[in-house]
Design a protein around this ligand. Structure first.
Ligand code: FES
Length: 119
């Protein structure tokens, strides 16, 4: 008997880590992650994970997402299974998320979204 609460939960997740980047773009002029280099962040993350040969089942998956409803902290990305929320500014931030967290398994404290920041 295990202490798992959900039925049919696999022992090991399909992906070791799964990161979702908000790429939402608002055409009405309201602020959104797409206005803060979200596509560039996503592209760099995907490229680095591939270059490190850590992409795929049992490893890391980098996915696009629509609005994650934490726009005030944007651009944002969230990593599961830990449920850690990041914001980023430039390529070196993405490098740290990939190397330290997605591959290294350590949270990048300096890029965490403050808990109170949301919509
Ligand atoms: S626009 Fe990115 S979280 Fe809402």
């Amino acid at each position: 008997m295990t202490d798992r609460t959900l039925p049919n939960t696999p022992e090991k997740p399909y992906y070791e880590r799964h990161i979702f980047f908000c790429l939402n773009e608002r055409k009405n002029g309201e602020d959104c992650c797409a206005h803060h280099q979200a596509q560039a962040g996503f592209d760099r993350c995907k490229q680095l994970v591939r270059q490190a040969q850590r992409s795929g089942p049992g490893q890391v998956r980098v996915n696009k997402a629509g609005c994650l409803d934490r726009c005030a902290a944007g651009p944002v990305a969230v990593v599961y299974p830990e449920g850690v929320w990041y914001t980023y500014v430039d390529a070196s931030d993405i490098d740290d998320i990939v190397n330290q967290h997605l591959i290294g398994g350590k949270v990048v404290e300096r890029l965490l979204v403050p808990p109170h920041l949301g919509h």
